[in-house]
Ligand binder design. Structure first.
Ligand SMILES: *Cc1c(COP(=O)(O)O)cnc(C)c1O
Length: 401
């Protein structure tokens, strides 16, 4: 072997007697075969074996098996984003002439996908009030292939009666897909509640460090899994080995991170209740929140993401309040170690918000910082919003916890 060849052909892997607690990271575009017959039959390996890096490596398959186990599903598939997981689920279940029902509280970019991609393909999209529960039945016609649920909903956090929706959807021959990004299977298990597809953005809690984008779809049915895999292959959706490794690493600490965020969010909510500038807290654990009783019935707890509606406030004061924050960062996405805050305007895209009081909506994601430090940061925030006479030290207010 000459030098150029030696640069290319590395020594054989001698890892046979090496074991560690970190899974190996397999990078691949090309997968090699030991015979032309094996090469020619490589497409038979699409669902389980290995044929090409895009269709799976031991690293991505291991992550898929772990997600399937957490979802209580025989099968799961990872995708390059939560957004692509939603698009994939829709495209695998519906074709021209079919209908998909989507809640008004659905993740905004997914609604845009439905309008900009699915509708031009001839798939009818019907919006529904997320609080309908079983009363969704009259909207399900013979063309309806899929009923989408997202519980709690993005920005406004209405909790949907998923078992009731599953009941009427299945009776009418439609499938149910659940975007379970907020709860993760730890707090709510869509497949155990009858849904056919459980979708997550792994970019949020699962990976947990605000440093990667990935999604997943888990299903019970093998035929549906193969359809999803076929569509994923046709679209060329694949996930890189390093991101798959990082996501698998994130999953190890997910239960601890989620519990910390839950506790922190509940403590902060207790204090925000006393703030004169807060008009409403949109958190499923609040008794007045839409779907609170369903949340108590169906969920094992709450995540650290919630919203508040402020009393009317001048834009300049709002601007100052956001700028004064030191720990909370202004940004989209959530579920990472850093606490985030972002304004949101759900009224721009929704018609079912008569229950929601007027005022600026702000979404919080509680991260892994010390909760007292976060409370001190919010004290600065609300000091900018409240007229001096109304100010209450939020560190001193509310119940201790
Ligand atoms: C963020 C999010 C998505 C999209 O996930 P990406 O991985 O960012 O594409 C989908 N659904 C919900 C509820 C989300 O919060």
């Amino acid at each position: 072997m000459r030098s150029d060849t030696r640069h290319v052909h590395q020594p054989a892997d001698e890892a046979d007697d090496f074991e560690s607690l970190a899974p190996p990271v397999h990078h691949a575009s090309t997968v090699v075969f030991d015979s032309i017959e094996a090469f020619e039959r490589r497409h038979e390996r699409i669902y389980d074996g290995y044929s090409y890096g895009l269709y799976g490596t031991p690293t991505t398959r291991a992550l898929e098996r772990q997600i399937a186990a957490l979802e209580g599903a025989p099968r799961a598939l990872v995708t390059p984003s939560g957004q692509s997981a939603i698009a994939l689920a829709c495209l695998a279940c519906a074709a021209e002439g079919d209908r998909i029902l989507m809640p008004e509280s659905m993740y905004g970019p997914a609604r845009l996908m439905a309008e900009g991609l699915l509708r031009p393909l001839g798939i009818a999209i019907t919006s529904y009030d997320p609080m309908l529960g079983g009363a969704i039945a009259p909207l399900i016609d013979e063309r309806t292939r899929l009923v989408w649920v997202e519980s709690p909903g993005s920005a406004t956090f209405e909790v949907q009666d998923v078992p009731a929706i599953v009941g009427v959807a299945h009776a009418a021959g439609a499938l149910v897909a659940a975007d379970n990004t907020w709860a993760t299977p730890i707090l709510f298990n869509p497949l155990a509640r009858g849904a056919d597809l459980s979708v997550q953005s792994l970019s949020k809690y699962a990976s947990g460090h605000s440093d990667l984008i990935m999604g997943s779809v888990a299903v019970r049915d093998e035929t549906l899994f193969r359809r999803l895999k076929d569509v994923s292959r046709l679209l060329g959706l694949g996930v890189g080995a390093d991101d798959a490794f990082l996501c698998a690493r994130g999953l190890k600490t997910l239960p601890l991170r989620l519990r910390h965020s839950e506790r922190g969010a509940l403590r902060i909510v207790d204090r925000l209740l006393m703030q004169p500038s807060v008009r409403r807290i949109l958190h499923p654990a609040r008794p007045e929140h839409p779907g609170h009783s369903v949340w108590k019935r169906d969920f094992n707890g709450s995540a650290g993401v919630f919203s508040v509606v402020l009393r009317p406030v001048e834009r300049a004061a709002l601007d100052r309040a956001f700028k004064g924050l030191r720990l909370f960062k202004i940004g989209a996405s959530w579920g990472g170690a850093h606490s985030l805050i972002a304004p949101s305007d759900p009224r721009k895209s929704r018609t079912d918000l008569a229950w929601l009081p007027d005022g600026q909506l702000i979404r919080f994601s509680i991260g892994l910082e010390d909760i007292d430090d976060l409370i001190a940061d919010l004290e600065r925030f609300f000091a900018e919003l409240a007229p001096a006479a109304d100010r209450i030290a939020i560190g001193a207010a509310g119940v201790a916890g």
